[in-house]
Design a protein around this ligand. Structure first.
Ligand code: FPP
Length: 256
């Protein structure tokens, strides 16, 4: 297992609680490679990744992150072998069923984005029940991106906007960043300030393309099943050391 270089308390103490990202998004990657390294079937990698989901969620919640969005299943993942897709859907249902009481107790609001109609019926039902049960929780919103891809989301947004223009509900002159964001699955959420990807791959893979326009990107070679709170805290510390200029120059920014 990849060793975290610093103790968790040491890392946590160094985080400036006034500048924690509100929204962290994670591309959870490397379950298959982790399984291979351990001589296990790929699904064992996914099962082991559930612990990392718990670590990321509790870690984020403890430092005051308000939104955590996880890329759990992409539109493209439907092309994986049928047995793996079925096992992933079963794992999702089992995890939600197993964890729902704990999520609720900790005031986690569960949310899902993506083409949810394409999920198997039992998966949709379990998710919808959990989403309804946790709807008024307000400590942190955990969003699972399922059967999601950013191009699917943008295509859907354009169709919705076009329909509203055609029906006279929306004036084309009124289309702007805010109205576009309002037609995305992440409507009402702040954009992620920090995007993490595990497993050493350095690409976005069709995740939240509109929303990450100004996100800081943090890549780690750690495979998702080895991801722990320490890694999240390292990412947040790195984020806090960066200068976010939003196209301006250093001198225009408020002093830190
Ligand atoms: C990427 O690893 C991971 C996935 C496609 C699935 C992520 C799912 C989990 C962590 C399981 C539980 C999640 C929830 C939300 C209950 P990969 O299979 O692409 O790994 P590889 O690139 O090494 O093959």
């Amino acid at each position: 297992m990849e060793q975290a270089p610093h103790s968790i308390d040491e890392l946590k103490a160094r985080i400036d609680t006034a500048r924690v990202p509100q929204h962290v998004a994670i591309i959870m990657d490397g379950n298959g490679r982790w399984a291979k390294q351990h001589g296990e079937h790929r699904i064992v990698g996914h099962m082991s990744g559930v612990r990392s989901v718990r670590e990321a969620l509790t870690g984020a919640s403890e430092i005051g992150v308000r939104y955590l969005t996880l890329y759990a299943f992409s539109t493209e993942n439907w092309n994986r072998p049928r047995t793996e897709v079925e096992a992933l859907m079963d794992l999702l249902v089992k995890t939600v069923v197993d964890e729902i009481d704990e999520l609720h107790k900790n005031s986690v609001r569960l949310n899902a984005i993506g083409d949810l109609d394409s999920l198997p019926e039992n998966c949709r039902r379990t998710l919808n029940d959990a989403i309804a049960r946790t709807a008024t929780n307000d400590r942190i919103t955990l969003t699972l991106a399922l059967s999601y891809s950013a191009r699917w989301e943008i295509e859907r947004m354009v169709r919705m906007v076009a329909d509203e223009v055609r029906s006279g509900k929306l004036d084309p002159a009124a289309i702007n960043e805010a109205s576009i964001a309002d037609h995305l699955c992440t409507r009402g959420m702040p954009d992620p300030e920090l995007l993490i990807r595990t497993s050493g791959e350095q690409r976005i893979s069709n995740f939240l393309l509109w929303q990450i326009a100004y996100a800081e990107l943090w890549f780690t070679p750690v495979l998702w099943p080895d991801f722990r709170k320490e890694h999240l805290y390292e990412a947040v510390l790195d984020y806090q050391n960066r200068e976010r200029r939003f196209g301006m120059i250093s001198e225009q920014l408020p002093a830190r």
